[in-house]
Design a protein around this ligand. Structure first.
Ligand code: COA
Ligand code: ZN
Length: 321
């Protein structure tokens, strides 16, 4: 085996599973609450330490997640797992606190056009609300993070100037006192060069902040973008089981990077995730069954190790090509 050159990658990364929110929100047919609860409970047993379980948004905006309170009340809270929920405003934060979420994930669209379409407010108004949500979280003793949708590409405005993203992060970190900031490629427009330069610059400018990346695989660049994030020293990524996901308010958005594809790649590279891939693949199959579609590369092809095992057992004849 060829020894890999030492790259500046993190030794371990945390993967936040966002399928129950980002994934389910895109499903037209209502997923019964008990199915959501069963799948979240199954995800809790894979070694995942963070699960974004639902969102507290207007039920008319996302009818699929109108059962947010019930989901939070019915899931088993596995020890060591952080159950978070997305919120867009104070009302959502109050509901989330009442539902005893472990963490509130505020989302703000970095571009005004997407913000108006997604949340009926400008980015500036959304930031003012984020400040109030951060205060509300502090009062309630609930952790709060912020994520910037469209920060790496907006379907209406294209690529935003880096200075705009940096100014938003400055407001979040320095004015709102938020320590963890997500940078999102909501519609899969980003490329590895953009991810790397953006994340390196943000880390240089805000050395005390913890950054995470939320990547969609719409144009097949998801895992390359994840690796570019690792190159920039990012050790926190969102991903979605069975590659579910999208944004109903962003034309052309499709699924997140599949959690099992991300875990497979990272573990093969020697970057620890602490997630058991076999257990995760089993949940991915259950998700596939529950929604009637969705797939990922590893679900389709199996893991590299399965293939090697099968070859040793003489079960697989690899083609000559
Ligand atoms: N949960 C439930 N109800 C909410 C709410 C929330 N988070 N926020 C506002 N409301 C209610 C208000 O109480 C008010 O109710 P009333 O008419 O009975 O008094 C009503 O909604 C209108 O409030 P307003 O502040 O004017 O909200 P809006 O209509 O401008 O909608 C959002 C703003 C942000 C709530 C809505 O656009 C939304 O939920 N967007 C989220 C979209 C999303 O999740 N996208 C995918 C993830 S990025
Ligand atoms: Zn998303």
């Amino acid at each position: 085996m060829i020894a890999a050159a030492r790259m500046p990658w993190p030794e371990a990364v945390t993967v936040c599973e966002v399928g129950p929110r980002d994934g389910f929100q895109m499903e037209h047919a209502f997923i019964p609450t008990e199915v959501k609860v069963r799948l979240i409970n199954a995800l809790s047993r894979t070694g995942l330490r963070e699960i974004q379980a639902t969102s507290f948004v207007h039920p008319k905006a996302i009818p699929q997640l109108r059962d947010a309170e019930e989901v939070m009340a019915r899931i088993d809270r596995a020890p060591g797992v952080v159950y978070s929920a997305l919120v867009p405003n104070e009302r959502g934060a109050e509901r989330a606190v009442a539902a005893r979420v472990d963490r509130i994930d505020i989302v703000v669209s970095a571009s005004d056009s997407h913000s108006l379409s997604n949340a009926n407010m400008t980015t500036d108004e959304a930031m003012a609300r984020a400040g109030r949500v951060a205060a509300l979280g502090r009062e309630a003793g609930t952790d709060v993070t912020i994520g910037f949708a469209t920060a790496l590409g907006c379907p209406f405005e294209g690529f935003l100037p880096y200075a705009r993203v940096e100014a938003l992060v400055a407001r979040a970190v320095e004015e709102c006192g938020l320590a963890r900031v997500g940078i999102a490629d909501t519609v899969g427009m980003a490329n590895p060069a953009l991810v790397r330069t953006t994340m390196e610059a943000l880390r240089r400018r805000f050395p005390a902040a913890g950054f995470s990346l939320h990547l969609h695989n719409t144009r097949g660049m998801g895992l390359a973008n994840l690796l570019a994030g690792c190159d920039a020293g990012i050790a926190h990524f969102d991903a979605s089981v069975a590659g579910l996901g999208g944004c109903p308010y962003a034309p052309g958005a499709t699924g997140n990077i599949a959690t099992e594809d991300a875990v497979h790649m990272l573990e093969e590279m020697g970057i620890a995730t602490r997630i058991r891939l076999d257990a995760l693949l089993e949940v991915a199959r259950q998700v596939q069954e529950a929604v009637g579609h969705a797939e990922s590369a590893v679900l389709r092809a199996g893991t590299s190790r399965m293939l090697l095992g099968a070859r040793r057992d003489g079960q697989t004849k690899l083609g000559a090509s």
